[in-house]
Design a protein around this ligand. Structure first.
Ligand SMILES: CCCCC/C=C/C(=O)SCCNC(=O)CCNC(=O)[C@H](O)C(C)(C)COP(=O)(O)OP(=O)(O)OC[C@H]1O[C@@H](n2cnc3c(N)ncnc32)[C@H](O)[C@@H]1OP(=O)(O)O
Ligand SMILES: NC(=O)C1=CN([C@@H]2O[C@H](COP(=O)(O)OP(=O)(O)OC[C@H]3O[C@@H](n4cnc5c(N)ncnc54)[C@H](OP(=O)(O)O)[C@@H]3O)[C@@H](O)[C@H]2O)C=CC1
Length: 295
């Protein structure tokens, strides 16, 4: 990625990246440090955070701190933002990348499973945005990027994440308008299928590779490709971009591939009106089972 952005682009800037210890978040933090920022990575597991912070600081020229925080816990979020402000004296750049979900048919998602994903992806993101705004950005401005997902045509087998990411996209637009007056820009980045260790582990049995073969790009995206888009949106080059969603998916969201394939069936019978052209009601097409489902 060397040379893509001007060296020192983010020198003197303070950034917070949730979920910054691994995968896409780590790549974002890495690029910000490479461009001179003082970055804090925050998540629940201390070890990946510690290792990422050490490696990124060693690479410089910026620096990377780490902080344990669960974005589902309001107290953690408050402490996280306060710590950054006390240590670095500002918070210019916020990336809400922490999140996750699991693969499940909507019919089988437990109430607690639904709540876990919504509270992480939606409520967690909102809480971090609101806290950063209240404690600093309202007075001083800033730039926020929310990581969402390719949920534009629904998200079969991940209804919880589809619903929460769509909500965050809408939240992004609302905040872009409400906070323009405070000098805060808010944008979203929607990654398609991105190769990260976590994605490979959570979408096992070659699912990721299978998806990749069916994408317009015929490959997964890289974490660095997402990071580059985020850095652009955080940079002064995007000073007139707010409320936007940048899709980093190699056109996957425009293509008919779906993780879930609908098996052949005739359970959605057509409506044929009260009477056909002959004046008689048209007979229902398909099997007896199809007719059973007319209601
Ligand atoms: C095919 C390619 C598409 C690529 C698109 C996107 C890819 C990515 O986003 S990859 C990287 C994201 N990383 C992850 O998603 C990390 C793994 N996921 C999680 O950590 C969880 O999904 C989480 C967000 C729900 C974590 O919540 P947590 O509170 O830590 O989890 P709990 O163990 O306490 O469970 C709460 C609740 O959720 C149910 N549940 C959790 N995992 C599953 C599962 N795999 N299947 C079914 N249900 C699950 C769990 O059972 C709990 O509910 P109850 O049992 O009813 O109490
Ligand atoms: N890879 C892909 O194809 C896609 C990924 N995404 C999204 O991009 C983001 C990064 O994904 P990726 O890098 O692939 O996967 P990772 O699992 O590596 O990233 C998710 C990060 O979020 C952190 N996190 C999860 N829950 C919480 C929480 N409650 N509080 C704080 N941090 C939390 C995790 O750390 P910890 O568990 O230690 O808290 C982890 O570092 C995620 O939101 C993901 O859903 C969206 C579309 C596609």
């Amino acid at each position: 990625m060397a040379g893509l952005f001007s060296p020192g682009l983010f020198a003197g800037k303070v950034a917070l990246v949730t979920g910054g210890g691994t995968g896409i978040g780590r790549a974002i933090a890495g690029q910000l440090v490479e461009l001179g920022a003082a970055v804090t990575v925050a998540a629940r597991r201390p070890e990946p955070l510690r290792q990422t912070a050490a490696e990124l600081t060693a690479a410089g020229p910026g620096r990377c701190h780490h902080l344990q925080a669960d974005i589902r816990r309001e107290q953690d979020v408050l402490r996280m933002v306060e710590t950054v402000l006390e240590r670095d004296g500002a918070l210019h750049l916020l990336v809400n990348n922490g999140g996750g979900q699991f693969v499940s048919p909507a019919a089988d998602i437990s109430r607690n499973g639904w709540r876990a994903v919504i509270e992480t992806n939606l409520t967690g993101t909102f809480t971090v945005c609101q806290t950063a705004h209240r404690l600093h950005m309202r007075q001083h401005g800033g730039a926020v990027v929310n990581i969402i997902a390719d949920m534009f045509r629904g998200f079969p087998l991940m209804a919880h994440t589809g619903a929460s990411r769509a909500a965050v996209e809408n939240l992004t637009r609302t905040l872009a308008v409400e906070w323009a007056h405070d000098g805060v820009r808010v944008n979203a980045v929607a990654p398609g299928v991105i190769y990260s260790a976590s994605a490979a582990a959570n979408y096992a049995d070659g699912l990721l590779e299978q998806c990749a073969g069916e994408l317009p790009a015929r490959r997964c995206g890289t974490t660095h490709e997402v990071a580059a888009a985020v850095c652009f949106l955080l940079s002064p080059g995007a000073s007139y971009v707010s409320g936007a969603t940048l899709r980093v998916d190699g056109a996957a969201s425009l293509y008919a591939r779906q993780l879930h394939r609908v098996p052949a069936h005739d359970r959605l019978p057509p409506y044929r009106g009260r009477a056909g052209p002959t004046g008689r009601a048209e007979p229902a097409a398909g099997s007896g089972r199809s007719r059973d489902r007319e209601w």
